[in-house]
Design a protein around this ligand. Structure first.
Ligand code: COA
Ligand code: AMP
Length: 626
């Protein structure tokens, strides 16, 4: 089918289009309906259907003859190990861990928080939840205890699964003390924690509460798949909103399985048995969709890489993995390629590896700058495909669909809306913008299968955050335009969410950390452009009057507070102490204006500004980088 036909059909006849796609899933009970719009604007997909996501990802492949095929290849340069799990082996581990969870009282609908590094046990734990109909919520290992505690209190898990440490090239990150401290901060207390002891940092377990992963596995009885409703939640993934309180994005079982299977073939052009590598982290949506569920639902081989693009041991690490495992498609964030390019500008390390298996490089997570696009295209000699999506959507909103009819690539654009997404760029009054004119990128409802049906136990916030700005549309939070040829250009967030090295972070949670210092009267965090990481946060604080304090040590303390309270991954390295922050007459801090000035733009001074002299005083500070 051509892209144009697929897109037109998906919009005109969503029932027909997604009903056909749903045939790729094994259902315990066929859906009664494809699209259920009875409670619009809350839409549900495949109502009445029953399935088990783990069955679709593992059992049916083993039953269908893929038992000896590699399902998951764990490659860990930071520990010097590599291990392949066949579909049969992974199924055995998952069924057994499902037995562990069941014995701890976790069943259908119960939540399980997973706070783990990039180890196979993280994947096993996710799939074991899916097997029982329990709802996992994976928290990225780079987040600090406070962020973990907030998520634990919102998800209220029966069990937490963790490991004693993660391994960064420069240090061992001890997770166990962070977990213990998060559990002290949290109001909710899970009955049990299952802890994977890693030899790099063994930890003491809390008697009665903590179980050793290996001991629990040895004692467990394997558990069978529990069929769940297509509309039941598979997972909650917290993502940064504009406030400090993260949003619990809910993913259902049925729509998710249908959409990811469709995307593996049509967006990524991957067939069962091929090797797909998403060099991301299981803590992010890319890891959920394309390290774990997408490749396994399809019967492909997925790579789980515990390492970095550079430094583990060098800028040839990606080429080594591609050649060792015959990777057919690599998916990562542009920042990873900028890091490689910085270290090895000529990609001279490529000569040491045979990467002829690679057909396509997919990039997402942040804007793909044309320089990085050209560098990657020239060096790799394969199509470099930018595609745009978000935690909320769970899969691509705009892409160059490699499995339909691929289109010419325009650097700077993720190409066209993916079938199912009726993307519209709207102006301030909700009219469609003319080609080339920037506006708010929205998607006309309903969103396709696989996208968020709501926020965890917060329908109101779902409506307020996404559906209220333009009735009938989902607000993506990104701004951009469509050109004369219908290509979408995503220019950046229109809110206070920032993107640091492909990691989505909220300036609100960093501000909350800064504001917690007794000397700070008010503060703002803005994301400014950075050559390597795309954006980095910068903090600006105003001191309470009369406070006398050494500015140098205060700045260090504030940087440390953000690191301790939000996590190292926030990457806040610079805080300036300033006399005042520019505001509107109604008291709103002009973050966008400050960001524009810091990025060197000719930023207009808003007419709503309360006192322009405050902004003028800040200009030299904002324009000075590190
Ligand atoms: N657990 C604990 N700490 C973590 C972590 C984790 N899972 N991931 C990152 N951190 C820490 C890092 O050690 C670093 O700490 P430091 O300040 O002590 O050095 C800090 O968080 C910032 O990490 P990062 O933003 O990754 O910067 P970096 O300088 O270590 O590496 C890149 C830069 C570009 C190599 C790296 O960001 C990268 O590989 N990016 C790809 C991003 C990606 O895959 N995104 C997923 C979307 S597809
Ligand atoms: P996350 O929810 O962490 O996946 O982050 C989603 C946000 O990352 C989007 O709202 C965009 O701002 C940004 N983003 C993701 N992919 C792209 C892309 N291909 N081009 C531009 N921005 C992107």
């Amino acid at each position: 089918m051509s892209y144009a036909d697929a897109f037109a059909k998906s919009i005109a006849d969503p029932d027909g289009f997604w009903g056909q796609a749903a045939e790729a899933v094994t259902w315990d009970r066929a859906p009664a309906k494809v699209l259920d719009d009875g409670a619009a604007p809350f839409y549900r997909w495949f109502a009445g259907g029953e399935l088990n996501t783990c069955h679709n990802a593992l059992d049916r492949h083993v039953a269908g003859g893929r038992g000896d095929q590699a399902a998951l290849i764990y490659d860990s340069p930071v520990t010097g190990t590599a291990r392949t799990y066949t579909y049969a082996e992974l199924l055995e581990q998952v069924a057994r861990f499902a037995g562990v969870l069941r014995s701890l009282g976790a069943g259908k609908g119960d939540r399980v928080v997973i706070y783990m590094p990039m180890v196979p046990e993280a994947v096993v734990a996710m799939l074991a939840c899916a097997r029982l109909g329990a709802v996992h919520s994976v928290v990225f290992g780079g987040f600090a205890p406070r962020e973990l505690a907030v998520r634990i209190d919102d998800a209220r898990p029966a069990v937490v699964v963790s490991a004693t440490c993660g391994i960064e090239p420069s240090r061992i990150v001890e997770y166990k003390p962070m977990l213990d401290s998060a559990l002290e901060m949290a109001e909710h207390t899970p009955a049990h924690c299952v802890i994977l002891q890693r030899e790099q940092a063994p930890a003491t377990l809390v008697p009665g509460r903590d179980l050793d992963w290996h001991e629990a596995m040895a004692a467990a009885e394997p558990a069978e798949c529990v069929p769940v409703a297509a509309t039941d939640p598979l997972y909650i993934l917290y993502t940064s909103g504009t406030t400090g309180k993260p949003k619990g994005v809910v993913r259902d079982n049925g729509g998710h399985a249908v959409a990811l299977l469709w995307s593996m073939r049509n967006v990524y052009d991957i067939a069962p048995g091929e090797v797909f590598w998403a060099a991301s982290d299981v803590g992010w949506v890319v890891g959920h969709s394309y390290i774990v569920y997408g490749p396994l639902l399809l019967g492909a081989t997925s790579i789980l890489y515990e390492g970095k693009p550079v430094g583990t041991p060098d800028a040839g690490a990606f080429w080594r993995v591609i050649s060792d495992y015959g990777v057919n498609a690599l998916f990562t964030a542009p920042t990873a390629f900028r890091a490689i390019k910085k270290e090895d500008p000529e990609a001279s390390l490529l000569a040491e590896h045979d990467i002829s298996s690679l057909r396509t490089l997919f990039l997402a997570g942040e804007r793909l700058d044309p320089d990085t696009y050209h560098w990657a295209t020239d060096r790799l000699g394969v199509p470099v495909v930018d595609h745009w999506w978000q935690t909320e959507t769970g899969w691509a909103v705009a892409a160059n669909l490699r499995g339909l009819d691929p289109m010419p690539i325009k650097p700077g654009s993720p190409t066209v809306p993916v079938p199912g997404y009726d993307v519209r760029v709207l102006d301030i009054v909700g009219e469609r913008c003319a080609p080339g004119v920037d506006g708010a990128i929205c998607v006309r409802l309903p969103l396709p299968p696989g996208t968020l049906p709501t926020l965890w136990r917060d329908d109101e916030r779902y409506l307020a955050s996404y559906l209220s700005a333009y009735p009938g549309y989902y607000l993506t939070g990104d701004g951009g335009h469509v050109d004369e040829d219908g290509y979408l250009f995503v220019m950046g967030r229109t809110d206070d969410v920032i993107n640091v090295a492909g990691h989505r972070l909220s300036t609100g949670s960093m501000e909350a950390a800064l504001a917690g210092h007794p000397a700070v009267a008010e503060c703002a965090v803005i994301g400014v452009a950075d050559e390597l990481k795309g954006q980095v946060p910068r903090g600006l604080v105003v001191l309470k009057s009369g406070v006398e304090i050494d500015h140098g040590s205060l700045r260090d303390e504030l940087v440390r507070m953000v690191r301790d309270q939000v996590g190292a991954v926030a990457g806040l390295k610079r805080v300036d102490i300033v006399p005042g922050l520019p505001k509107t007459r109604s008291g709103k801090i002009l973050r966008k204006t400050m960001r524009g000035i810091a990025d060197g733009a000719d930023e207009p001074v808003p007419s709503t500004i309360e006192d322009a002299s405050v902004l003028d005083a800040l200009r030299p500070v904002l324009r000075t980088h590190r």
